[in-house]
Write a protein that binds this ligand. Structure first.
Ligand code: NAD
Length: 298
């Protein structure tokens, strides 16, 4: 899935500043995994893999290809049979359950991280949920319970996981979460999840300001629609997915590699000066004020 012959080569070895990091040679071709080992010796803890379509799985593969050692936490017992074989594919042995709405489970999983995995450099938060009935029809009908669940699982959990991870962070650690354009513009059926993503993006900024003085970074990727388990719960998602590719400037949908490569940048020293940001990986969709659509009838 990742790899392939490099098309372009950027040789930065001539750039030397006093006290600069070791020289870096990056080779990459569009949509492919850069050929480099920039995360060698780094450890990443990943929440949010449910299957091989999960965005977190795309991120996991990109981080592994760059040399990181990985650990996984999954939501519930019935996911273990899917997550464990994937973890094995990327040489990960730490695979533990954690429901992010349960503080006791969060404490437990981080105790295990401390005992069995060690200090971490990267925390991936690829977790979101809202009851299916909240993701169709009028936003006006959002229930109090649906609101609580969506914001707890999809936004508060970033605070809870980052706080629990803090004592285990190596210097310069980076946290990354996943958002969607429905955080800032109205997308039909996205409803309470749009509110949760707004809260998530604000949470990224507040956490980044809080942890910045200690040298830790927190960012989000706002990804275009992708066919995953979570997305299947959004009303009329197939149409949204199709329409996106017809409209986005790059005229295509987003791939796991697209997100994985940007995650690699945001979780490595290549983005050492970037924190509190929401970075779009959406084939340019967010820059549009109006789609070209059908030619007007004269
Ligand atoms: N698929 C898209 O179109 C799209 C676009 C932009 C952003 N995102 C975001 O990307 C992230 C990953 O979603 P995905 O599309 O890969 O779908 P996914 O279903 O593969 O991943 C969502 C994950 O959240 C986990 N989860 C849900 N409730 C949990 C809980 N209580 N405790 C622990 N884990 C829990 C699920 O088990 C699953 O692994 C989400 O934040 C999603 O909103 C998705």
């Amino acid at each position: 899935m990742f790899g392939g012959p490099p098309r372009d080569t950027v040789d930065l070895s001539g750039l030397q500043y006093p006290g600069a990091a070791p020289t870096l040679v990056v080779t990459a071709s569009p949509g492919k995994q850069p050929d480099m080992d920039i995360l060698k010796g780094k450890k990443a803890l990943i929440f949010g893999v449910a299957n091989d379509h999960s965005i977190s799985w795309g991120i996991a593969q990109a981080l592994r290809a760059a040399g990181a050692e990985l650990a996984f936490s999954y939501a519930g017992e019935n996911l273990e049979r899917r997550v464990r074989p994937l973890a094995e594919k990327v040489d990960a042995t730490f695979v533990e359950q954690c429901d992010v709405t349960d503080d006791a489970q969060i404490e437990h999983v981080f105790n295990l991280v401390g005992e069995r995995f060690g200090a971490i450099d990267i925390l991936i938060h690829g977790v979101a949920y809202a009851p299916r009935n909240e993701l169709t029809g009028r936003f006006l009908n959002t229930s109090r319970e649906g609101w609580h669940i969506a914001l707890d699982v999809s936004a508060y959990s970033l605070v809870a996981l980052t706080r629990a991870a803090l004592p285990h962070f190596n210097p310069g650690a980076a946290t990354l979460t996943l958002s969607y354009y429905g955080a800032e513009k109205v997308v039909p059926n996205y409803n309470v999840m749009g509110v949760a993503k707004s809260a998530l993006e604000a949470t990224v900024r507040y956490l980044a300001a809080d942890l910045g003085p200690e040298g830790y970074r927190v960012n989000a990727i706002s990804a275009g629609p992708m066919r995953t388990l979570s997305a299947a719960g959004i009303g009329d998602f197939r149409r949204m997915h199709r329409q996106f590719a017809d409209t986005a400037p790059l005229r295509r949908n987003i791939t796991l590699e697209d997100v994985g490569n940007t995650a690699l940048w945001l979780c490595s020293d290549l983005s050492s000066g970037v924190t509190g940001e929401t970075v779009y990986v959406d084939a340019g969709y967010n820059i549009l004020g109006m789609s070209e659509g059908e030619p007007a009838q004269s």
